[in-house]
Design a binder for this molecule. Structure first.
Ligand code: NAD
Length: 350
């Protein structure tokens, strides 16, 4: 069989290569650079194609497609969310994604995105906290100590300067795992017996629990004045984490309102409930934190532009460092209109 030309090959970042890539740069540097890359794309918000992600829901979870384009590159992510998966030894969230040239439609990158989603979600929380959290925040609480939790802690350390994380999970084994993984990172780690205890002295809280129902991870009495909340675990219709009273006391910041109104904490509120779009805060068109006593809530559901930024970031870094494989992914006939001829000539002689 004649080997294909270079047009057939698409760089592929496997899980192994993603891990090598992250370690070659350093995880905190990756989180900082990703936060900057996502922030940069938020400043270009109006030029992106935007649509609420396409979800396929079942009783046990959701499978979603998240497309966007900046006119030069097109990207999409496939991602699932299955809160009961961990009971069967499977992850709640897995993902992969692709970048393509808009000019030809040819893919330029296929990548694992399970690790990359955790990195980009943490980088987004950190970037948003940089804009909204109280100045000089040093203590954060993390409620839900599963796959996303350590990434959240390290991103907030790297980007905002968090020094102490206070952990709580209904499963003490998850908290013990998180504390073990964060040992030696320079963070002071405090394991707590309740959400209330975890909130003591915290200026920032990230909720990243997984449950396929309206849950109440935080109640109003736990939220003191001046707190910044990154609520990232409520990200599906019927799946929220905060008591409605917290929403009533907060100023709410969102990625893309048409998607967040379907999936975020604000699905508990009327359809026209006031929210501020983060890209407008980042570009100076809207106010972020106005006072030390204000409660700011990032109702984060994860938007396609964050995945686009993350894919573009790892694409550039992978090409520089060589941490990728070449996949023979695009059929490459010598005559572009003779696809059938290419297939026929590949038949093994009988
Ligand atoms: N917004 C985004 O961009 C984004 C991105 C990735 C994941 N997520 C969401 O974040 C959540 C966490 O993801 P993960 O991969 O870490 O899941 P995971 O299953 O690995 O961890 C979730 C943890 O939450 C704990 N938990 C469940 N109910 C709880 C409660 N009432 N109080 C305290 N802890 C509780 C579980 O014991 C588990 O340890 C999921 O809901 C996922 O869909 C959101």
């Amino acid at each position: 069989m004649t080997p294909p030309s270079h047009l057939a090959y698409v760089p592929f970042i496997s899980v192994e290569n993603m891990m090598r890539l992250v370690h070659s740069i350093g995880i905190e540097t990756v989180l900082k650079e990703l936060a900057d890359a996502i922030e940069h794309d938020f400043t270009r918000w109006p030029l992106f194609d935007k649509t609420p992600r396409v979800g396929s829901h079942s009783d046990v979870g959701v499978i979603e497609l998240m497309p966007t384009s900046d006119g030069d590159l097109y990207g999409f992510k496939y991602v699932n969310g299955h809160p009961s998966n961990t009971k069967q030894g499977l992850q709640t969230v897995t993902a992969f994604g692709l970048l393509a040239q808009v000019s030809s439609g040819y893919p330029v990158l296929l990548s694992e995105m399970t690790v990359l989603t955790a990195l980009r979600t943490a980088a987004t929380s950190a970037m948003v906290s940089r804009h909204l959290a109280p100045k000089d925040s040093r203590v954060m609480a993390i409620i839900g100590n599963g796959a996303q939790s350590e990434f959240q802690a390290l991103a907030l350390k790297a980007v905002v300067g968090i020094e102490e994380v206070r952990l709580f999970d209904i499963d003490p084994a998850a908290t013990a795992k998180c504390a073990r993984n964060l040992a030696g990172t320079g963070l002071k780690v405090t394991s707590c017996n309740s959400s209330q205890e975890a909130m003591e002295g915290a200026q920032i809280v990230t909720t990243c629990t997984a449950d396929k129902q309206y849950a109440t991870i935080l109640t109003d009495n736990m939220i003191g004045d001046g707190i910044h909340i990154n609520a990232i675990g409520g990200d599906c219709p019927g799946k929220t984490e905060l008591h409605k009273d917290i929403l009533l006391r907060s100023d709410i910041f969102v990625e893309y309102p048409p998607q967040t109104r379907i999936e975020g904490e604000i699905q508990q509120m009327p359809e026209d409930y006031p929210v501020t779009e983060l890209w407008q805060v980042i570009t100076g068109q809207a106010e972020g934190r106005k006072s030390a006593s204000q409660i700011t809530l990032f109702d984060g559901v994860g938007f396609a532009i964050e995945d686009f930024s993350a894919l573009k970031y790892v694409y550039e870094r992978a090409l520089k460092t060589g941490h990728f494989l070449q996949l023979d992914m695009i059929a490459d006939p010598d005559d572009p209109r003779d696809l059938f001829g290419m297939l026929s000539r590949a038949a093994e002689p009988a």
